[in-house]
Design a protein. Sequence first.
Length: 549
Amino acid sequence: MTIRPDEITSVLKKEIENFDVDLSMEEVGTVLEVGDGICRVYGLERVMANEMVQFENGATGMAFNLEEDSVGIVILGDYLQIREGQTVKRTGRVLSVPAGEALIGRVVNPLGEPIDGKGPIATTDMMPLEGRAPGIADRQSVHEPLAAGIKAVDAMIPVGRGQRELIIGDRETGKTSVAVDMIINQRGKGVICVYVAVGQKASTVAGVVARLREYGAMDYTIVVSATANDPAPLQYIAPYAGTAMAEYFMYNTFVVDSRGNPVRDGNGKLQRAPLRLQPEADHLGRRKLEKDSPRGLHTLCIYDDLSKQAVAYRQLSLLLRRPPGREAYPGDVFYCHSRLLERSAKLSDEKGAGSLTALPVIETQAGDVSAYIPTNVISITDGQIYLEPELFYAGVRPAINVGISVSRVGGNAQTKGMKKVAGRLRLDMAQYRELEAFAQFSSDLDKNTLRQLSRGQRNVELLKQGLFKPQAAEDQIAAILAMNEGFFDEVPVGEVRAFEEKLVEFLRSHPSGALARLGSNYVLADDIREDLLKAFAQFREQWAATHKA
């Protein structure tokens, strides 16, 4: 065999040319101790706060405590397979969750992983868990109504797009029912809803999902679930994950129709497009959106409930040896909730005019709204809907105490028609509550007082509403107008709801078409009002004739 040096030389040269050393450096730490969903790691000297880290078993963690000689990490996954001495490596990324249209209609855990058995979620968009709240210049005042479909809310405690309205009350008083009703009422209104379940029973979450699916609400809803069986870290990050998923639709711009509903392409997907600003600017240099420009979508985020998230945060903090404060909660539990709820906003036109409305839920113990967590969240939000056990057990459903409940946005979040009729209703209810207590101690009452008590009893019946039966705004305005004008005064208290239901049916088929005209822009013009009053009188005559017969 003859050795040919030129062949060997050519092969060596070729190998040298193609030789490439792929060197990568990873900062790796070692688990010192692990348990209860948290661990201490030595060696990650340059890790960032809230940075994602990876464990040997594939579980994800989040750097929580940056101490001098170790790092406290919360484990977002199966911590039972993590052992002392295993390695942990940095990822260089802050914790993010999947976002996008693919999540609509799905039930996911706080990491964005599907838990509804419908297969993987195909999306490449990611949103940071701890997003920055929009600044003052990027916001505008809340001025658009978010229709709740609940008469007591829309008339006296209105919620606007971009507002933060707290739902507060004892357990089993209907807090979740109010929230689910508001989601169901957003059908066809172009609002993307996110329901975040924290620390609830899995059966309860399954019941809510089944109810949303029954009414077609899952077509525009994302459900983020961290049940009572899930570890505390997942319960802690669940509200942030839901907010990040909602922010995707608020900050990105989509093609919308004249009613504000997003337009879909031939494949059924939302059409994204850049917003267009008017060429001329005002004296401050601000440029408004063009009339037909794509814009950010309106979103509604419900956190059910933040009491359990605070308990999960307290558990993590105590395990990581952070100093406890009042009721053993860490000192920054207020900041935990404020940095979450401050991300809710109505964006300025220059930013796309999208909105994120937050409805946090807080559970009280024996009606104590002055406890630590309730007072914290009350001070952050723009009002509260208070559900009272006594009203609930008395059969007033929803059990909203309209005296304690308040909306700090007020009439700015109401349609013109509702604003015109709701003022009288609130005044009548306030007088009734005052006289109700007084009437218990006196049997000899004058005619005026008896009339006010009678009107108040009928107002209470009018504000009662069936479960999962949100009502259209024009139906509410017509019913409240009829009450204000005395058309319910002769109706027995027990028949008020039946009278209202038949009245609305009568108005829908009335030749004047007043109800349809009212529903076109929700303005109670003089001609519409006159037609409605004539229709009320006709219906009262029919009702009286039928009732006598």
